[in-house]
Design a protein. Structure first.
Length: 452
């Protein structure tokens, strides 16, 4: 119960903060450009708190459902753009009505919301860089026999310093660089016995999208060297019947050394209905156990354990200086923007399964986990979600900010305002699309919960 409350609180704080940043962008730019703002709401549904601005013009609202927000401007809605409505406005109101402003002013207001999300992400990533990140060092702990890495001359103990001349300071950063070069050539600069060594490798094209791969391990054949430990055993499972216990360290499966979780899972999947020999280390004693994987109702082959992997090398604190941190804020925001756009595009073209889309439950779980890990992780999470929010709102879908920019582009081409009926119909279509997307993401969240 306490864990649920903790996760819920982290989620509400994260979403409310990022929505406030987004809507404040619209709000402050609209006010500075002389557009009348009637309402500023964080959340939807019944108002929990509300108050008026000093001039009485703006109603501020904190609403009950923290899954969105909005800024209501005079003349913004399609039903306020009909001639009969506009004729009732005073001269002062017409001068401050959103729909009667020049295209550039309305575009500035539309861009401001996502823009503030990107600015927030830049400063959040800067803060992460200055506070310091706990990172997995790029020290090679295991190399698969006959792998590309072994043939290229990579050795256990090598520290990877750069990928194609781009410096890397963590295993994650190295992975991101490698993903960009699948299907091409890479040159790794490594440190070996206090001297630099250059290694050339070819990364063959993969049937699976690189974003979904652990490239160093599954393509090149090296990893940081992991200890695979049984974290939990399900009651009545094949693992429990075989004698596996929490805390067991998995050493071998069918005579093969286990270097990572994926390796273990793949061998289990290939052995449905057949006995598998698993060697574990328990209390400094090696034990050989026989377990029979089974297929569940979803045709997933399992033995009923939850595994945890721990790197052989301890995490290192990597902290940047003032100017490097500033650079990191901009570069990291750009990298996350590119990656988010790439993922959206690949989901649309089915290169990546839409099943990977996460909704409110997935975001809440991540909020809770990063909050548990500490302030730096939570700030990094906020930066990532802020980038996603900015990119999502710039998509050319009616009711989103990108849809407004599309409308303004069409208006500029036509030389006159778009018909209110057209705006009303297309915004209804856009609303249905967004609701459909949210329902699908929520369904994915529920499915993942049931699948464990």
């Amino acid at each position: 119960m306490i864990e649920i409350l903790h996760t819920s609180l982290a989620f509400v704080v994260a979403i409310a903060l990022l929505i406030a940043v987004h809507e404040y962008g619209h709000f402050t730019v609209a006010r500075r450009l002389g557009i009348r703002v009637e309402k500023f709401s964080i959340g939807f549904g019944p108002a929990l708190f509300s108050w008026r601005s000093r001039d009485g013009e703006v109603l501020y609202v904190i609403a009950a459902i923290p899954l969105g927000g909005y800024v209501k401007m005079l003349g913004e809605n399609p039903d306020e753009q009909a001639e009969e409505f506009e004729s009732k406005l005073s001269a002062e109101e017409r001068a401050r009505s959103f729909n009667l402003q020049p295209v550039w002013k309305r575009a500035a207001v539309a861009v401001a919301g996502p823009g503030f999300n990107f600015v927030f992400a830049i400063f959040a990533f800067m803060l992460v860089a200055w506070l310091g990140q706990s990172v997995l060092p790029t020290i090679v702990g295991h190399i698969a026999p006959a792998s590309i890495a072994e043939q290229a001359g990579l050795q256990v103990g090598d520290r990877i310093l750069a990928v194609n001349r781009s410096s890397v300071h963590s295993w994650q950063q190295m992975e991101e660089q490698l993903k960009d070069h699948v299907g091409g050539q890479v040159q790794l600069r490594v440190q070996r016995d206090e001297r630099p060594v250059m290694l050339d490798m070819t990364l063959p094209r993969q049937s699976t999208d690189p974003l979904m791969l652990n490239v160093a391990d599954s393509v090149l054949g090296f990893d940081p060297g992991l200890t695979i430990k049984v974290d939990d055993v399900m009651s009545g499972s094949p693992a429990e019947r075989a004698g596996l216990k929490p805390g067991d360290i998995i050493r071998q499966i069918d005579g093969w050394p286990v270097a990572n979780v994926n390796q273990f899972i793949e061998r289990i999947k290939a052995s449905a209905g057949h006995d598998v020999s698993v060697v574990v280390l328990r209390d400094q004693t090696l034990l050989q156990l026989q377990v029979t994987p089974v297929s569940d109702d979803h045709q997933q082959v399992r033995i009923g354990v939850r595994l945890a992997s721990h790197a052989m090398h301890k995490a290192e604190l990597y902290r940047m200086g003032l100017f490097d941190g500033i650079s990191y804020g901009f570069v990291r925001t750009w990298q996350m923007t590119r990656m988010t756009l790439s993922v959206f595009g690949k989901m649309v073209t089915a290169a990546i399964s839409p099943d990977n889309l996460g909704g409110p439950i997935a975001i809440a779980q991540l909020a809770g986990r990063t909050a548990d890990l500490g302030l730096v992780y939570f700030i990094g999470f906020l930066a990532l979600i802020s980038v996603n929010l900015g990119v999502l709102n710039l998509l050319p879908v009616p009711i989103l900010d990108g849809g407004m920019l599309l409308y303004l582009g069409l208006e500029k081409l036509r030389g006159r305002a778009l018909p209110p009926k057209f705006l009303e119909i297309t915004q209804m279509i856009g609303l249905m699309l967004i609701i459909g997307l949210m329902v699908f993401a929520f369904y994915n969240d529920i499915s993942r919960l049931f699948r464990g």
